[in-house]
Design a protein around this ligand. Structure first.
Ligand SMILES: NC(=O)c1ccc[n+]([C@@H]2O[C@H](COP(=O)([O-])OP(=O)(O)OC[C@H]3O[C@@H](n4cnc5c(N)ncnc54)[C@H](OP(=O)(O)O)[C@@H]3O)[C@@H](O)[C@H]2O)c1
Length: 239
């Protein structure tokens, strides 16, 4: 099965939201094989393969196999899976979930970038895209873990981009996207998440962007990498 593809795209977090939209947009192009990683699977397509994996588990992260098909011209890794939880000002949060947050939002990104850079086939153009957040560059009360993990992704990306100047390595903030993560944010407890109302208002005012629109823009930029000059950027500057 893994033959006659010009492009291979590995995407984490393809079961919902932005990751699912990114996968579906790539699958709309002939000759593209998409391999997804998440605990659930919701895509059925002859050119889609899924690895069921919990990316908050260190062993499972290290066991991910990137199945590059033979003869591809382009290999893309999109580190998209992530969690917002735990949400709440620091003195209210159950800290037992914080280490798992960092394994998913930081360690899995590091490990998959490493795996991809070591193993990608010579002769195929490699490209790494990490989905970050504006929250990595400013404080949001109640999101200490999330702000820290996205800041870490931005920092790792800048280092890897300098280590591999011939390869596009990006960390991009996707804007406010209408996904389950935004629902979770609106459902969080206003007593422990002081910025709750702002996210309710974004939804009420129609400020959320569809995952399909953001996915199409990200994939268009991946196909035209010369448009991006800095490794860390916001997709809003390209809409
Ligand atoms: N939505 C926004 O407004 C927004 C804004 C800025 C940045 N982002 C970033 O965009 C990315 C996608 O988020 P989204 O909004 O599309 O959220 P989403 O709809 O909640 O999707 C999250 C995806 O990550 C996967 N995931 C979560 N925990 C996982 C685990 N332990 N192991 C493997 N996969 C896991 C989920 O799959 P399973 O549950 O099936 O495992 C799901 O496919 C995230 O990195 C997020 O931080 C989103």
């Amino acid at each position: 099965m893994l033959e006659n593809f010009h492009t291979y795209v590995m995407i984490s977090g393809t079961s919902s939201g932005l990751g699912k939209a990114l996968a579906e947009d790539w699958l709309s192009m002939e000759g593209v094989l998409v391999e997804g990683l998440s605990r659930r699977s919701s895509i059925k397509h002859p050119r889609y393969v899924h690895q069921f994996v919990d990316l908050s588990d260190e062993k499972q992260i290290q066991n991910v196999k990137i199945n590059f098909p033979k003869g591809i011209q382009r290999a893309v890794l999109i580190n998209n899976a992530g969690t917002i939880n735990p949400v709440g000002i620091i003195d209210t949060v159950d800290s037992s979930s914080v280490a798992a947050h960092f394994r998913l939002n930081i360690f899995a990104v590091y490990s998959l970038m490493q795996n991809f850079l070591i193993n990608h086939p010579k002769g195929a153009l490699p490209h790494i895209v990490n989905i970050s957040s504006g929250a990595g560059s400013y404080p949001v009360r109640g999101w200490a873990a999330y702000c820290a993990s996205k800041a870490a992704v931005d920092a790792m990306t800048k280092v890897v981009a300098e280590e591999h100047p011939d390869i596009p390595v990006w960390s991009l903030a996707p804007g406010i996207v209408d996904t389950d993560m935004q629902k979770q944010i609106r459902n969080s407890d206003p007593n422990t998440f002081p910025e709750h109302q702002r996210f309710v208002d974004y939804h009420k005012n129609g400020s959320l962007i569809t995952p399909t629109r953001i996915a199409q823009k990200i994939n268009e930029l991946i196909r035209n990498p010369e448009r991006i000059q800095q490794p860390v950027f916001s997709i809003r500057d390209y809409l």
